[in-house]
Write a protein that binds this ligand. Structure first.
Ligand code: NAD
Ligand code: ZN
Length: 260
């Protein structure tokens, strides 16, 4: 296989040369190259379940052990993976723009692990867990103990006996208010907006690129496959993030001065 050269349009380069404000919205495809399966992926032990049937409060109340087991499996998988070149490219890019933010739908903590400073988590974080009744957070250390005691079953809150759940946003739940507000504010102010590795189907995150574009941003999609956003984007780069973002970061290095 030959080297794949990624070509960025002059329009995009011109926008990036002068941009003050850049926003990158990421989805599960961002972490695919790290080995974290996307929800619409085809492999995996859990393929027989539809994530939408597991990632909701009713499923949890009906069958907490099953939902817990699925999250434990995902949490352990995520613990054992590393950020990929795409995550690291975003860390580099942060240094070239006065305002640069990553808005993520991912719950895997990989942006933070890579070193990105400005990360907005729209859907929570799978590493955090809390009691559904009293709301108390359970530290990772305590969780390991509780999980061991509970064997394969869902652990209970040491304080009130309530069920413990991951601190992620389930289908049908509201996003953390401050996170979505900040995400909207940043998107409206963005001069260049990248939608990266997301199927653009989960609201309200899916509306952010429209908000950005409606306020004058240049909209770029990075995804090997087309999504509902593709026809609205100014430019679509049909390759994996692990290729496109390092190439983009090298391009930015050429056209801008490092300021941070
Ligand atoms: P999704 O699973 O619906 O879509 C993933 C998208 O990534 C697809 O459009 C696919 O074409 C694209 N993709 C696959 N490999 C890619 C690559 N190498 N580079 C670029 N794009 C690639 O994911 P979503 O849009 O984020 O929405 C589903 C929900 O699933 C979100 O709420 C998210 O919280 C959750 N989720 C998170 C993780 C995680 O934290 N890593 C994993 C799975 C699901
Ligand atoms: Zn409790």
């Amino acid at each position: 296989m030959g080297k794949s050269l990624i070509k960025f349009s002059e329009k995009l380069i011109d926008r990036l040369k002068v941009a003050y404000n850049v926003v990158v919205l990421t989805g599960a495809g961002m972490s695919a190259a790290s080995g974290v399966p996307t929800f619409r992926g085809k492999d995996g032990l859990w393929n027989k379940f539809n994530p939408e049937e597991l990632a909701n409060i009713n499923a949890f109340l009906r069958n907490p052990d099953l939902v817990w087991e699925w999250y434990s499996w995902r949490r352990n998988l995520i613990k054992n993976v590393n950020p990929n070149l795409g995550h690291y490219a975003l860390v580099d890019m942060e240094q070239y723009f006065p305002e640069f933010a990553v808005i993520t739908q991912n719950v895997d903590n990989l942006h933070q692990q890579a070193g990105s400073k400005s990360v907005i988590e729209l859907h929570g974080n799978i590493m955090r867990n809390k009691c559904i009744d009293c709301g108390q957070y359970i530290s990772e250390e305590d969780l390991l103990k509780l999980e061991e005691e509970a064997e394969k079953k869902v652990p209970h809150c040491p304080q009130c006996g309530g069920l413990i759940r991951p601190d992620v946003v389930w289908f049908g739940e509201l996003l953390p208010q401050d996170a979505i507000e900040k995400a909207r504010e940043l998107s409206a102010a963005a001069e260049v907006f990248f939608s990266v590795g997301t199927s653009s189907q989960v609201e309200p995150a899916a509306s952010l690129p429209y908000l950005a574009k409606g306020n004058g941003a240049y909209l770029v999609e990075i995804n090997p496959e087309a999504t509902p956003l593709s026809s609205v984007a100014d430019e679509c780069l049909r390759e994996g993030v692990e290729k496109v973002l390092p190439a983009l970061s090298m391009e930015i290095e050429k056209i801008r001065k490092r300021i941070k």
